[in-house]
Design a protein around this ligand. Structure first.
Ligand SMILES: [Fe+2]
Length: 322
């Protein structure tokens, strides 16, 4: 197809592909751009390899899928210049992040399975990550496919969670994470937060997203994660919390049974993933190491998220968007 160099992602995974050698010049062809968008929709994530990376190339790859969206949280650092709207810096430097011990190691910037903007009513279509400064030890990003998770989930548990709505709020702290905690997780230092962050978060209503949803093409997607999760809507009691904990621990377990791919970064790559379908996790890295990623966010909405009590917080968020 259009001389795109397409390779399997890894092993016999049911999702994801690699595309080699895309250039800025090659992406001026609208047919090639449409082909990339179609491949993305089918496969859920693409690792672009053998690139000469730049902000321009990141924006050009991103906009094959749709227009860029600014980040909904005004306090997040960004690289907005020269039309690079919404290129967000994810920076890990000595002592600038929260610190945990997990798997017997101290890790900064560790993140459990999640989808981006779960605390928002609107769910961005996709994200693109590009490494600028990589680390030798850790810094691995995990991608789990919600379609594969749905198929592999224990049937009895799936039946109990399907049809439920999950409540999330903007709270990325480890010590308030109630569900899906690894048994050996120890919090050493909380995440530092920019000025005004806690106030912005506290003013937002909670967001609600379905545990399972159905794509326009008919496939079911299991799409829930422990990060920022508050519990099951209308079941925020012992029984509901036990069910959601079981579901989160099953996501942790089933992901590693053929539903996840863990990516160790090289500087000549970018990854785009479907935020309506995939879950992400981050292994974290040694606290003394410097790591820098640029993320772009692609606009869109699957139309199934909402704020609690028809929350007025939507207006608060939209004021922060460009
Ligand atoms: Fe994320």
């Amino acid at each position: 197809m259009l001389d795109l160099d397409i390779r399997p992602l890894a092993g016999d995974l049911s999702f994801g592909i690699r595309i080699g050698g895309v250039t800025l010049a090659s992406l001026t062809d609208p047919e090639r751009r449409r082909a990339i968008a179609a491949l993305f929709d089918v496969h859920g994530m693409i690792v672009f390899e053998d690139l000469e990376p730049s902000n321009e190339l990141q924006v050009s790859i991103s906009t094959c899928i749709g227009p860029l969206k600014d980040h909904p949280v005004a306090a997040i650092a960004r690289v907005d210049r020269d039309g690079m709207l919404g290129v967000v810096e994810i920076r890990s430097g000595p002592s600038n992040g929260g610190l945990v011990e997990v798997g017997g190691r101290e890790r900064t910037h560790w993140l459990p399975w999640h989808f981006d903007h779960c605390y928002n009513n609107e769910l961005n279509r996709a994200g693109v990550l590009r490494p600028v400064t990589i680390v030798e030890d850790g810094g691995v990003t995990g991608f789990a496919d919600g379609m594969a998770l749905y198929a592999a989930f224990p049937k009895e548990l799936r039946d109990r969670i399907e049809g439920r709505d999950i409540v999330y709020r903007l709270d990325g702290q480890y010590d308030t994470m109630r569900f899906g905690r690894p048994a050996d997780l120890k919090v050493i230092r909380p995440k530092p937060e920019p000025p005004g962050f806690a106030e912005t978060a506290a003013a937002m209503p909670r967001a609600i997203h379905p545990a399972v949803w159905t794509r326009a093409s008919g496939e079911k997607v299991l799409h829930l994660g422990p990060y920022m999760a508050q519990g099951i809507l209308g079941m925020e009691d012992a029984e509901g919390d036990a069910l959601f904990e079981e579901a989160c621990q099953a996501v942790n377990r089933v992901a590693e049974q053929g539903c996840a791919y863990h990516h160790a970064w090289s500087p000549t790559e970018m990854v785009i993933w479907d935020n309506w379908r995939m879950l992400l996790c981050v292994s974290g890295n040694r606290p003394e190491d410097e790591r820098l990623m640029y993320r772009t966010t692609i606009k869109g909405d699957y139309g199934l998220g909402r704020f609690e009590n028809a929350g007025a917080g939507g207006a608060i968020l939209s004021e922060t968007m460009v």
